[in-house]
Every structure is written in structure tokens, then in C-alpha cells.
Design a protein around this ligand. Structure first.
Ligand SMILES: [Zn+2]
Ligand SMILES: [Zn+2]
Length: 181
């Protein structure tokens, strides 16, 4: 979805508010492809903050389907995005602001296609910025058995997955050695 920002770039003090839709049903990144179960419209507030320069503020809520990090069950994970980015038009020549501000402008270059804001790219950016380290179906998910693959949340499988404490193993060896004498 592209939003034309020409009027915001050219009219001093201009503020525009709008809801736009994010059309994708799936989201693909380096971690795989994720189904988008729910999404709100993207609420945008576009403000002119100088010649050929605009502030893009807004929010959106998206629920993606992840696989639990331990048991691989489907887990809904909701991103409550809230963003605040500065974008510039192709005519922007700088406004004498400090170096840091011009860095921000360059950071947002990938969001623009000429005079248009690429809302899909904006959402993609925000999702990646807020990507969770790991998603669990519940905090105490017991995962799947390494031996038989059973989902241990549904009960024990009977496999012997006991990992002995290495210090205990030493004591056990000593004990067995003594017995042999
Ligand atoms: Zn789980
Ligand atoms: Zn098992």
C-alpha cells in the first residue's frame, strides 16, 4: 500500500490522519513464513515538519501464528506496534539540522518510493524491530521428548531422558570402582 505524501511535503503545518489497510495474509522473513491471523488497520498521522520533510506516526496491531519454541504448537503472538519516523521527499536538500537528524532521514529512505510512503515496508520494518527472541505456548511448556517425540504437556512418555549431574556421575564411578575391589 502506497500513500501519496506530496501535499504533506509541500504544505507547511499540514497534518493528515488516515487509516490504511495492510493487505498481506502471511509474513516472510529470515525466520520463515508466518500466517497473519488478525490485523487492525494501520492508523497514520502525517505531519509536515519542514520543507519536503514529514513525520509519520501511527500504530497497528497484528497477530501472527508462531510455533512454540519447545513443543512446536501454534501460538498467537500479537504485535502492538507504535511508530514514529521521519521521512523526506526526493526534493529534500537538508535543513541545516545536526548530523543525527540527517542520519534519521537516511534510515527511513527505504520507506519511500518517490513521494509515496510504502506502508507495507513500514510495517515490515516495525515487525522486525519488535520480533520476539522466542515464543512459548506457555511459560512452563515442557516441550517434546527428545527420544520419542511425544508432547510432554500431554503427559509423560516413559523414556529415560534423565541427564545425570556430571559431579554425581563421578561419585557413582568411584562407588562402582570401590565395589569392584
Ligand atoms: Zn509449547
Ligand atoms: Zn519419550
Amino acid at each position: 500500500m502506497l500513500v501519496n505524501l506530496t501535499d504533506v511535503f509541500t504544505n507547511e503545518g499540514q497534518v493528515r490522519e488516515m487509516d490504511v489497510s495492510y493487505d498481506a495474509d502471511t509474513f516472510t522473513d529470515q525466520y520463515g513464513t508466518f500466517q497473519i491471523r488478525e490485523k487492525s488497520p494501520v492508523a497514520l498521522r502525517l505531519s509536515n515538519i519542514g520543507r519536503s520533510k514529514a513525520l509519520v506516526q501511527g500504530n497497528a496491531k497484528l497477530t501472527l501464528v508462531f510455533a512454540c519454541d519447545r513443543c512446536l504448537r501454534d501460538v498467537d503472538y500479537t504485535f502492538d506496534l507504535s511508530f514514529d519516523r521521519v521521512v523526506v521527499s526526493p526534493e529534500y536538500t537538508g535543513d541545516g539540522m545536526d548530523h543525527e537528524a540527517s542520519m534519521d532521514d537516511e534510515d527511513s529512505a527505504e520507506l519511500m518510493e518517490g513521494y509515496h510512503l510504502n506502508v507495507d515496508e513500514l510495517i515490515r520494518n516495525e515487525l522486525l524491530l519488535n520480533w520476539p527472541m522466542k515464543v512459548l505456548c506457555r511459560e512452563d511448556c515442557r516441550g517434546i521428548c527428545k527420544t520419542c517425540g511425544k508432547d510432554l504437556n500431554e503427559g509423560e512418555c516413559g523414556c529415560d531422558n534423565f541427564v545425570p549431574d556430571p559431579r554425581m556421575a563421578v561419585i557413582k564411578d568411584l562407588f562402582n570402582a570401590n565395589k569392584e575391589v
